[in-house]
Design a protein around this ligand. Structure first.
Ligand code: NAD
Ligand code: SER
Length: 320
């Protein structure tokens, strides 16, 4: 189904989803949009781009009509740590932005993808594993917007028949773009520091276990869910998807298998530590496996090896 619009296209996910969508549907069929304008060599800028604030519903509707958009991947958001620092902004972007997208999609008849997160769970959720359908009482503003967003998506599907689908992404690890102010950012930063400085000071404690996923798996999951047979989707929205779980100490040890001199220190940030401790350790993703055939391809070992190879090549290229 084309043409496609991506909001928040310059972020960590958009930097890999936009090129993947363009290689699937054609460069001109995918309109990347973001609040910001990107550097000319940004991976999402190799095709059509518009600056678009998702909190501006009129502008959003205008773009959808102008480009005759048939599917929206709504990635614009304020992530967990930044949301604790700027809760009013996070509410506006995460909730008003989502409402505008759902409402505009309803009006033009577009399919919608909306990512949720492990942040949609809270301290009273069972953490090992976290079931698909369970207690959701997050104590972070980001988490509150993710649960409210899941419910709003369900409402639009049930009330208006909108084809809106979504995944609860674990913490995503990638090398193309930096993460945007989340609690799992350490799992990306650690690779850059390992390769450039040979040491890293982690803001989470060594034994903080969180579900993580390598970006190629997250992108594939997104594309697979959007193409899944709707008749088989019992949940449709907010699917748990899992690949592996790790602590900072385990991730550091995996990197040290390739870089034995790499050193890790810990200086715990209480805000991000508290956020991380409220989240799942592992996820039960059986609904995604049963309803649309989800299977991860990367475990901790495979992800670490690929990250080090790809990131080393990028660093060498930058230095050349
Ligand atoms: P990111 O912070 O890297 O990128 C978000 C993008 O949204 C940025 O480019 C930013 O400029 C843009 N943006 C901010 N406000 C905007 C506005 N008002 N209008 C338009 N664009 C705006 O985030 P990401 O990691 O790419 O996350 C994408 C989605 O996936 C989000 O919904 C996020 O909650 C979810 N998610 C991400 C992770 C992760 O580990 N990266 C994990 C779970 C869920
Ligand atoms: N990786 C995200 C964050 O830490 C989880 O949604 O905010």
């Amino acid at each position: 189904m084309t043409p496609v619009l991506v909001t928040g296209a310059l972020g960590q996910v958009g930097s890999e989803l936009v090129p993947a969508l363009r290689s699937r549907y054609g460069v001109d069929q995918v309109l990347a949009t973001d609040l910001l304008s990107g550097a000319p060599d940004h991976p999402s800028l190799g095709g059509p781009f518009e600056q678009l604030d998702c909190t501006d519903g009129v502008a959003l509707r205008g773009v959808l009509e102008r480009y005759r958009i048939k599917a929206i991947y709504h990635l614009a958001a304020i992530l967990s740590a930044r949301a604790e620092a700027e809760p009013q902004l996070a509410w506006r972007v995460n909730m008003e932005g989502l409402y505008n997208v759902l409402e505009a999609a309803r009006q033009v008849g577009a399919q919608v993808f909306v990512p949720s997160s492990i942040a949609a769970f809270g301290p009273s959720t069972p953490h090992d594993p976290t079931p698909q359908d369970t207690i959701q009482r997050p104590n972070t503003l980001y988490g509150v917007t993710k649960v409210a967003g899941e419910l709003l998506c369900d409402y639009y599907a049930q009330r208006f028949g909108l084809d809106v689908r979504g995944l609860r992404y674990p913490g995503l690890v990638s090398y193309t773009a930096p993460p945007g102010g989340g609690t799992t950012d350490y799992a990306v930063e650690i690779f850059h520091h390992a390769l450039i400085k040979g040491q890293y000071t982690c803001f989470l404690g060594p034994d903080t276990r969180l579900p993580l996923m390598y970006m190629p798996d997250a992108i594939r999951a997104t594309l697979e869910l959007m193409q899944a047979d709707p008749a088989k989707l019992r949940h449709r929205n907010a699917f748990n998807i899992a690949a592996f779980s790790s602590t900072p100490a385990e991730l550091a040890a995996e990197i040290q298998k390739h870089r034995p001199d790499f050193k890790v220190f810990y200086a715990v940030d209480p805000v991000r530590q508290a956020i991380a401790e409220s989240w799942p350790h592992t996820l039960d993703d059986s609904a995604a496996r049963e309803e649309w055939g989800w299977r991860p391809q990367f475990d901790l070992r495979g992800m670490t090896q690929d990250m080090l190879e790809k990131l080393s090549a990028r660093i060498l290229q930058r230095e050349a």
